[in-house]
Design a protein around this ligand. Structure first.
Ligand SMILES: [Zn+2]
Ligand SMILES: [Zn+2]
Ligand SMILES: [Zn+2]
Length: 766
């Protein structure tokens, strides 16, 4: 029976509850329920003290959970009861900083509908104001320097609020109550248009002027939420090619921003799930099927690709600019290829002056770099790049973790810091191939350590001795006397997917990617593992061939074709009538010598390289200028629709060698060569080859299941960004009675590696 006796309840709420309008929500809720007391942020949680009877408490707590602001995320509510203190009103108290305690930090959130209405409403005081935000939207992670989240600890502290903004900020019933980045035209950040040398361009409407430049085919650098973006007219091939030449990015697909969902549908097919993702508060880039025939977006945006990376505007500045230009805009990261994005005005002029004709600056400083996130939907949404809108929100672990720093891999690097049941998987850092990216990595590690009060006791890293992330781990770990745990690359892939699905294993892990250092010193990448969080056993792989010339073979897929053909079909194999790159006798002789002696040619079982080899062999792509280009272009040529039952496969065989099964590829290459010689159309070869790889996975999984009775399969590794392969493998495995786990919030590419490393390291030292 419930009592009507009044008591004092201390309520602690943890989760993403700061910077998301949670205190005003509690304030309003307390008033609704006639509860007196107070609410405050601490660096560990949100604390509430209220007085009332048990029934009122129950309703109040139920409402806390069900009516919380849209971007809040409650992890836990704890309540304890005490004698009354006799409160007579409800107040919002000063934030309290607690030693060692930490708070989840909200990611930056796309402009909400209310703010959007205001910037387009001529009578509103924020009409046309590009930095409009409220407690439901706007910058968070990119401006926060420390917790608790208060204006003084953000880059907004240099702007003093005008009386009107201050009033909104102080009014618990206002949408902007304690909105830390609150600002308006009178008191907040502003825009400035400058030329390529950083000299101001006169005029009083920078957005209009920017729009005019874009319409004239110019390339602009715009200071966005988490760094600079390079912008040009997406319908203007000349402008796009100018951007490509200057950015040294000849053909890698560029993302496009389109004003509204209706406009996106003119260019792309959009499913229900994709629509939800596009319009979500995270507002990622979504890879959509491109309607080439009805879209006026230039093919130069993504040459030879059937998908377009599209996003909606996610800041008021983007909304205003898209409205003014009235055309789709290329919106890509403001960097030279491989470097991190520029974030400060002066830095941008130095680094991007050869790329951008003009710069659209603003003076709200960016503390953390933040790229746009990328998703694809194949049955369910899957992260390809996890950054804006998602990080630093943690991945929840189904166990309490030690404090660990996992340093990730090389390409698409992320790091991961763990504490309690939180895995703070960092935003996309980039390809760790230069000093600038390493510096960005180091600064970001320090920021996360500070924000989440983490002092790692263990450092986990990839076994590849040459990765910068490995070198960093070894240096930092030995300097600070931390335990060092090397983790095998493909084990980390499989565990990242297990954690993404909250499954412990053991499972059959199929890890298909480009490069990962193996325990035998070879380059793995077509792996079948029995794996769980703790350990793995390699039970199968694709046949080894030499990676001819190491990195050269990755950049030049025709070298992989030669490696497979000569290794599998004999060094007298004749290339003459094949559409593969014609080599002069010297290069050919050199390659044969390399093969014979194994000079600079480590063995590889990489699935990515197998795709590369087929792509070059059938004449699709001989050399690449971005990662996986040959694979992607081969996939794009496969017919879009097919009858699953009518699918054919090339022959291959599986042999067992010392307890490890190996997929032999000689018959496959032999038959593909015959098809090419018979002038079989490339789309048919492509589809048949994709199905063959799916069949390899199925046959191998059947053999492993027969031996182990494990019938849960994990598909991980960058090769599974290939939707055709993913679809074929998943549906066939399911038809054969396997349960299949694929990625969701964590990328299947190397962006997920650090999470897998952290979890494995946590159990390695038990
Ligand atoms: Zn808003
Ligand atoms: Zn103001
Ligand atoms: Zn990998």
């Amino acid at each position: 029976m419930q009592t009507k006796v009044a008591r004092l309840a201390k309520i602690s709420v943890t989760g993403v509850v700061q910077g998301v309008g949670f205190r005003p929500f509690v304030y309003r809720l307390a008033h609704e329920h006639n509860l007196w007391g107070w609410v405050r942020n601490t660096s560990g949680n949100v604390e509430i003290e209220v007085e009332g009877d048990e029934e009122t408490f129950e309703n109040f707590i139920a409402d806390l959970e069900t009516k919380a602001p849209p971007i809040a995320h409650i992890e836990r509510i704890e309540t304890a009861f005490y004698p009354l203190k006799g409160y007579t009103e409800f107040k919002i108290h000063q934030s309290l900083s607690l030693e060692g305690e930490y708070q989840l930090v909200s990611p930056d959130i796309a402009t909400c509908e209310d703010c959007k209405k205001e910037i387009f409403c001529p009578t509103d005081r924020r009409f046309g104001y590009p930095f409009t935000n409220c407690t439901n939207c706007g910058p968070r992670f990119t401006i926060i320097e420390d917790i608790p989240y208060d204006r003084l600890k953000t880059t907004m502290r240099k702007f003093k609020m005008c009386p009107e903004c201050q009033q909104e900020y102080d009014d618990p019933l206002d949408r902007r109550f304690h909105a830390q980045p609150n600002a308006c035209l009178k008191c907040g950040p502003s825009l400035e248009l400058v030329d390529g040398n950083g000299n101001p361009i006169d005029g009083n409407d920078p957005i209009k002027a920017t729009s005019d430049l874009l319409k004239a085919g110019r390339v602009l650098a715009l200071r966005g939420l988490g760094g600079f973006q390079l912008v040009c007219d997406a319908t203007n091939e000349k402008a796009i090619n100018l951007l490509r030449t200057r950015k040294r990015r000849p053909s890698k697909p560029l993302a496009v921003m389109v004003a509204t969902l209706e406009d996106i549908e003119k260019h792309c097919l959009v499913s229900l799930e994709e629509r939800k993702l596009l319009q979500s508060p995270q507002c990622p880039i979504v890879l959509l099927r491109w309607k080439h025939n009805s879209s006026n977006i230039s093919p130069a945006v993504a040459p030879n690709i059937n998908y377009l990376g599209v996003m909606l505007p996610y800041t008021p500045l983007h909304h205003l600019l898209l409205k003014e230009t009235d055309m789709p805009l290329v919106m890509t990261s403001g960097n030279l290829s491989e470097e991190p994005i520029a974030k400060d005005n002066e830095e941008a002029v130095i680094r991007l002056s050869g790329i951008a004709d003009c710069f659209l600056f603003h003076n709200r400083d960016i503390f953390a770099r933040y790229d746009d996130s990328v998703y694809m939907v194949e049955n369910t949404p899957q992260a390809i790049r996890r950054a804006r809108g998602y990080a630093p929100y943690p991945i929840f672990l189904p166990f309490k973790s030690k404090q660990i720093l996992a340093c990730g891999a090389e390409l698409n690097n992320t790091f991961c810091l763990t504490k309690d049941e939180h895995a703070f998987l960092s935003q996309h850092i980039g390809d760790m191939e230069n000093e600038e990216t390493l510096e960005h990595f180091e600064n970001s590690v320090e920021l996360y350590k500070k924000l989440f009060r983490i002092e790692p006791e263990i450092v986990a890293y990839d076994m590849h001795p040459e990765y910068l992330s490995t070198k960093y781990a070894l240096d930092a770990g030995s300097e600070q006397g931390l335990s060092l745990v090397p983790v095998q690359h493909h084990h980390a892939h499989i565990v990242s997917c297990l954690v993404d699905n909250k499954v412990e294993g053991p499972v059959i892990g199929v890890a298909f990617d480009g490069t990962g250092y193996g325990t035998d010193g070879n380059i793995w990448g077509g792996e079948f593992l029995l794996a769980d969080w703790r350990s793995f056993q390699r039970v199968g792989h694709l046949e080894y061939v030499p990676l001819l010339g190491g990195v050269a073979a990755i950049k030049k897929p025709y070298r992989m074709s030669l490696s497979y053909l000569y290794t599998l079909l004999g060094e007298d194999f004749l290339l003459e009538d094949l559409p593969i790159r014609k080599l002069d006798l010297d290069e050919l002789e050199l390659i044969k010598q390399q093969l014979k002696r194994g000079v600079n040619s480590p063995l590889t079982s990489s699935a990515g390289r197998l795709f590369d080899a087929i792509s070059a062999l059938v004449g699709v792509r001989q050399e690449i200028d971005y990662e996986a280009q040959a694979v992607i272009e081969l996939e794009m040529l496969a017919p879009n629709e097919w009858n699953e039952l009518g699918l054919k496969a090339y022959p291959f065989s599986i042999v067992e060698h010392q307890g490890v099964r190996v997929v032999k590829l000689g018959e496959l290459f032999n038959t593909v060569v015959q098809d090419v010689r018979n002038q079989t159309p490339i789309p048919s070869i492509s589809l048949k080859f994709h199905n063959t790889v799916a069949q390899m996975i199925i046959e191998m999984c059947k053999l492993i299941t027969n031996q182990t009775s494990i019938n849960q399969v994990v598909l991980s590794g960058g090769v599974f960004q290939n939707r055709l392969l993913l679809k074929l493998a998943t549906t066939t495995l399911q038809r054969e009675g396997f349960s299949v786990l694929t990625h969701h919030s964590v990328p299947c590419n190397d962006g997920g590696i650090s999470l897998g490393q952290a979890v494995i390291a946590n159990f390695a030292l038990r």
